[in-house]
Design a binder for this molecule. Structure first.
Ligand code: NAP
Length: 294
């Protein structure tokens, strides 16, 4: 299949590489020329704009940052919609507000483009391995068209419901992972400040009800003090903001998410925004009076 890919960052680069490895003809665009180089070297074609990508393909995927970025590449000057034609399917895999995804779907449909929201979970590791969990909102027909592309990038591919449903699932995912990273950091900091080896505590917890993938993977990276992103803290702040905005629109009480969102605000405010979200451990250490950190 001819597939376009827009946005070649931590996630987008390996996802596009997996499409190539799956035998698809891939056309890419990134706003910085150097981001395109690894894909061109692997056999992808380069395009001069999102519109030029859309002209060459049947399915166009975006993996950028937030809703204004998706709007820009889809509906902006030289955006995908300017090359609109019947049958084109646009898939956004970034994490954005469900309401923004529904709005984009309606505006793109008015131009003849069927739009899917298809955010992912599984991190950079899952993007490289092609084992992402993909949560899809939109029509069954568009889902069927895009499915061969999803199959190269993910393992657990769920058509959750209509437009916006994929982003609702992703926001729910970010409640669990945002709170989870914070609780793992709290537990390891608690162990260390109690004078007990946090590595042994993690090992003990892994066999019981406290087990989680976050304790296993993120917990190990906390012990290694490997704060290289991964998933940047400002992105997790964005996602907790999506959760809180949606809760506000719905009049929902999400007390644990609200407290967690404040911690991610504080991470960005304390200069940790470009570090991985596990650097929340550093924030807890500072708040607990740690004298030095690395
Ligand atoms: P990233 O490394 O910052 O990559 C985002 C890419 O999008 C960058 O290359 C950026 O270009 C490009 N971009 C952003 N805004 C753009 C715009 N307006 N026009 C053109 N290009 C634009 O971020 P990432 O970690 O890959 O995350 C991408 C999306 O996936 C986000 O929505 C994030 O929440 C979600 N996500 C991330 C993870 C993870 O573990 N990293 C996991 C699940 C979901 P520049 O390089 O020029 O800035």
């Amino acid at each position: 299949m001819k597939i376009g890919f827009i946005g070649l960052g931590i996630m987008g680069r390996p996802m596009a590489l997996n499409l190539l490895q799956g035998g698809h003809q891939v056309t890419v665009w990134a706003r910085r020329e150097e981001s395109m180089q690894p894909l061109l070297a692997a056999g992808a074609s380069g395009a001069a704009s999102p519109a030029a990508v859309a002209e060459a393909v049947e399915v166009v995927v975006s993996m950028v940052a937030d809703a204004p970025d998706v709007e820009q590449v889809m509906l902006g000057e030289l955006g995908v919609a300017t090359a609109a034609r019947e049958g084109l399917v646009a898939v956004d895999m970034s994490t954005i507000r469900p309401a923004a995804a529904r709005d984009l779907a309606a505006r793109l449909l008015a131009k003849g483009i069927d739009f899917l929201d298809a955010p992912v979970s599984g991190g950079e590791v899952g993007a490289i391995a092609g084992t992402l969990s993909i949560m899809v909102g939109g029509t069954a027909a568009a889902f069927a068209t895009a499915r061969p592309a999803f199959a190269c990038m993910g393992k657990n591919i769920v058509h959750v419901g209509d437009s916006g449903a994929g982003q609702v699932a992703k926001a729910a995912n970010q409640i669990v992972t945002g709170v989870g990273v914070l609780t793992v950091a709290e537990a390891l900091n608690f162990a260390a400040r109690s004078g007990v080896d946090p590595a042994r505590v993690r090992e003990a917890l892994l066999g019981g009800f406290a087990y989680s993938k976050i304790l296993e993977n993120h917990g190990q990276r906390m012990l290694d003090r490997n704060f290289k992103p991964g998933f940047k803290s400002w992105m997790h702040q964005k996602d907790m903001n999506i959760v809180m905005q949606s809760a506000h629109e719905l009049g929902l009480c999400l007390p644990v998410s609200a407290a967690t969102a404040q911690m991610y605000n504080a991470m960005v405010g304390s200069g940790l925004g470009e570090e991985d979200s596990i650097a929340i451990l550093k924030l807890l250490e500072r708040l607990s009076g740690a004298e030095s950190e690395s």
